[in-house]
Ligand binder design. Structure first.
Ligand code: SAH
Ligand code: SF4
Ligand code: F3S
Length: 440
């Protein structure tokens, strides 16, 4: 038998792309490929791309430029572009960068093996359809290889919300949920392979409404069914939209022990005027009241968010309202970005804020968030939390894991293994992580 061909995948963007890259590797496994971490020895290179901000999209072209040398050294090397840039730009990618052999959108990658065969025969292959068949269905059988203690599992895809700044509804298509039975089957399979924590993924994961026994299931119902799986110890989900935080999901945060006390709930801005122009369909007050209800159900929950500075027409007063909201919420984690104009989205046509104003506001916002994050992290000292250990640390005998609240924690007790879940007393708060000692 011939040696297996080698596939190198480089992943950009969100966790959904991380999950998709795993599934693409599995699909290509069926076509005789094994994964490699070294692009120089690859027979095929796939860039799984992100289109969310201009910088992310442009990175793809600079990376493709760098691959020119590898292609010159190995004329049989095939180069593919997958993910959201593939969906948004399609054929244009091959025009701009002729060394690209294959372009596959995020909803079509189960067709990769057929596309690979065409590319091997010297053709170019392009597929950016939104097919009606379920790509996950075709990909159902994952190899039974042992894997690390944490995994992503996509349960919902696409978005119908059309925030005025965002490309996702165009790159990922309309909102769709996977049937509950399929999700449960995949979760059981992951647990059999050593997974103890699953993060359910979706562009709007709390809008989940998958077909299930007795009618459509909500995300809360799905989480409760997952919690019944023996050996699955922790459940998380991301990303949520405030308008889809239903009462049953809030209640699950209070009474489902396996659902971790961490919630990523982006708000983007604290100004009602800007929220309206963003088409977010809620006010700052709605969001703050919602956080209060969630904290009433689970007082220790760590709240995380996303913010955009310099959205078109944002004034200093609008920005101040965002800082006020951040003060009111007290975030344990947040991701913040300068507004990036995305072609084809409604906000791209509006009066833009100067780049230096966007940058200056981002700087101030990040200073506030950093102080809050640090305060929340420091307040963990003296508490005992669950930690799932994921890898050895830098020092001998050290292990690193994530707390229930998703803080990185390192422990120097010998005798811990990857995959162990232990009670850890936090003794110190460092720059980016906590230090602790096992207490049980
Ligand atoms: N579905 C999620 C987020 C998807 S994108 C939600 O609704 O919140 C992740 C984050 O990227 C967004 O929350 C937003 O803060 C940021 N983002 C999206 N489009 C952007 C743009 N055009 N410019 C800057 N940031 C953007
Ligand atoms: Fe984008 Fe808004 Fe949909 Fe989130 S909810 S993916 S920000 S359109
Ligand atoms: Fe980027 Fe697509 Fe995810 S645009 S953030 S990779 S959904």
């Amino acid at each position: 038998m011939a040696d297996p061909k080698k596939l190198y995948i480089r992943t950009y963007g969100c966790q959904m792309n991380v999950y998709d890259s795993e599934r693409m590797a599995e699909a290509m496994g069926g076509a005789g490929y094994v994964e490699t971490g070294d692009a120089a020895e690859a027979d095929m290179i796939l860039l799984n791309t992100c289109h969310i901000r201009e910088k992310a999209a442009e990175k793809v072209y600079s990376e493709l430029g760098r691959l020119r040398g590898l292609k010159a050294a190995n004329p049989d090397l095939k180069i593919g572009v997958a993910g959201c840039v593939a969906q948004a730009e399609g054929e244009e990618i091959m025009r701009r960068q002729p060394l690209v052999d294959l372009v596959v959108g995020p909803q079509s990658y189960h067709r990769l093996p057929q596309m690979e065969a065409r590319v091997r025969a010297g053709e170019k292959a392009l597929d950016t359809d939104f097919p009606l068949d379920d790509k996950f269905d075709t990909l159902r059988m994952r190899p039974k290889a042992k894997r690390g203690p944490t995994a992503f599992l996509t349960v919902q895809e696409g978005c119908d919300k059309f925030c005025a700044f965002c490309v996702v509804p165009y790159t990922r298509g309309a909102e769709a949920s996977r049937p509950a039975a399929r999700v449960l089957e995949e979760a059981r399979d992951l647990v059999e392979r050593g997974v103890r924590e699953i993060t359910l993924l979706g562009q709007n994961v709390n809008a989940y409404h998958g077909e299930g026994e007795g009618g459509d299931w909500s995300l809360a119902r799905l989480i409760r069914a997952l919690a019944d799986i023996d050996g699955l110890e922790r459940i998380r989900f991301t990303t949520s939209h405030p308008n889809d935080m239903t009462d049953d999901l809030i209640a699950a945060h209070g009474d489902c022990a396996k659902l971790m006390p961490y919630l990523h709930l982006p708000v983007q801005s604290g100004s009602d005027r800007i929220l309206k122009r963003m088409n977010r369909k809620h006010t700052a007050e709605d969001y703050i009241r919602l956080i209060e209800r969630i904290r009433a159900a689970r007082p220790d929950i760590l709240i995380s968010g996303d913010f955009i500075t310099g959205f078109p027409e944002e004034t200093e007063a609008d920005f101040q309202a965002t800082l006020d909201l951040i003060e009111a919420v007290e975030y344990g984690q947040a991701f913040s970005f300068k507004y990036s104009t995305r072609p084809g989205t409604p906000a791209a046509e509006r009066r833009q804020v100067d780049e230096d104003v966007k940058a200056e506001r981002l700087h101030r916002l990040q200073a506030l968030i950093t102080a809050q994050q640090r305060a929340v992290q420091d307040a963990m000292v003296g508490r005992t939390v669950g930690v799932l250990f994921e890898k050895p640390g830098r020092l001998p005998g050290q292990m690193v894991g994530k707390s229930d609240y998703l803080h990185a924690v390192h422990v120097s007790d010998a005798g811990l293994d990857v995959g162990d879940l232990a009670r850890v007393e936090i003794v110190e708060s460092g720059a980016n992580s906590l230090a602790g000692r096992v207490v049980g």
